[in-house]
Design a protein. Structure first.
Length: 338
């Protein structure tokens, strides 16, 4: 583990701790929060702000059917309910169409925008228009290398390079020798960064395998074919929970002895880890990303706050989930929030 990785890991711990503290403070920040909410409802977390109603647009690059984004949306909805925010959620994996959704939000004169920058160059003009219109913009999930350059107030997510490097180190510990890193969307900066990180620290062989993430049967057949072609592959690395579960089927179809590990988590993934079908997952806490993004815009509008001082992102991962700790996560996954 090199000095840069250790430094970034320490920074992750510090920033994550600050984010947790901010959540605690935020929970008591309005007149209807804190003690009053506890007295009214018997649940301190059920407080609701009495600040003026505001409208926030969350615009992501989510593909239809990808359950990962359900967690982000649930987090955003939880913050919106607490903060007296009208949340307008929309998504499109096509970056040009996602940019059009940002324009739609501008036309609606929303009070704030939370946006993913999976393909930053395609989003740059739309983000600039929002900022020119005086709408504060925060980033989440994708675009950690571009959010400052594009003038966003804050960023909430995982440093995908750090996560990838940690993943590669984990594979080394497990004695892996040859992995394929399955990328479901070519050119997606966060996905490419994950596999690049794995390759950087992994002592064995890493080969990127590109698949069409919108066609799961094709994903399955492509992984199966690769495993049949190269029997020395001992790990399949996927970049999303649905792809990991599909990869398990591919391993069986190919008669391969490869194991499957993945980035990202969902309810089904927790069960697969418990059953031993998946070795481990890297959790970037998407619920937290959605929650913090909406809460941040409320804090900025009501109190001028912005996390990280506009200089550093608020990191929500990476955190490893395997058989040693999955039981703790399972109770939250059962509620659909992890």
């Amino acid at each position: 583990m090199d000095r840069t990785f250790r430094t970034r890991s320490r920074r992750f711990a510090l920033v994550a701790a600050a984010a947790a503290a901010a959540l605690i403070v935020t929970g008591c920040s309005s007149d209807s929060g804190g003690k009053k909410a506890e007295e009214d409802t018997g649940n301190a977390s059920a407080g609701k702000a009495d600040t003026p109603r505001m409208k926030v647009a969350m615009i992501t690059h989510a593909a239809p059917g990808d359950t990962f984004w359900d967690l982000i949306r649930k987090g955003a909805e939880a913050a919106a309910a607490k903060d007296n925010v009208e949340l307008v959620y929309s998504s499109n994996p096509d970056s040009a169409k996602q940019a059009n959704l940002v324009q739609n939000a501008i036309d609606q004169k929303v009070d704030g925008i939370a946006v993913t920058l999976a393909k930053p160059d395609a989003m740059k003009s739309a983000v600039a228009k929002a900022e020119k219109a005086g709408i504060p913009v925060v980033g989440l999930n994708g675009g950690i290398d571009d959010w400052k350059e594009q003038g966003l107030l804050e960023y909430f997510g995982q440093d995908e390079s750090v996560a990838g490097e940690a993943f590669g180190e984990k594979l080394n510990e497990l004695g892996a020798k040859n992995n394929i890193c399955v990328i479901q969307e070519q050119g997606h900066v966060a996905l490419e960064a994950r596999c690049a990180g794995v390759k950087k620290t992994f002592k064995g062989k890493t080969t990127n395998l590109y698949v069409n993430g919108t066609n799961m049967p094709a994903v399955k057949s492509t992984i199966t074919a690769k495993l049949k072609q190269d029997s020395s592959i001992d790990y399949v690395v996927t970049l999303g929970a649905p792809f990991a579960l599909t990869a398990v089927q591919s391993v069986g179809d190919a008669g391969s002895k490869a194991k499957v590990a993945t980035f990202d988590l969902n309810k089904e993934m927790v069960g697969a880890i418990e059953d031993g079908d998946i070795e481990f997952a890297v959790d970037q806490q998407p619920y937290l990303q959605g929650y913090l993004s909406v809460d941040a815009l409320w804090l900025y509008k009501t109190n001028g706050n912005f996390s990280g001082g506009g200089q550093e992102p608020v990191l929500t991962g990476p955190a490893f989930v395997d058989k040693s700790n999955v039981e703790t996560i399972a109770k939250f996954a059962a509620k659909g929030t992890r």
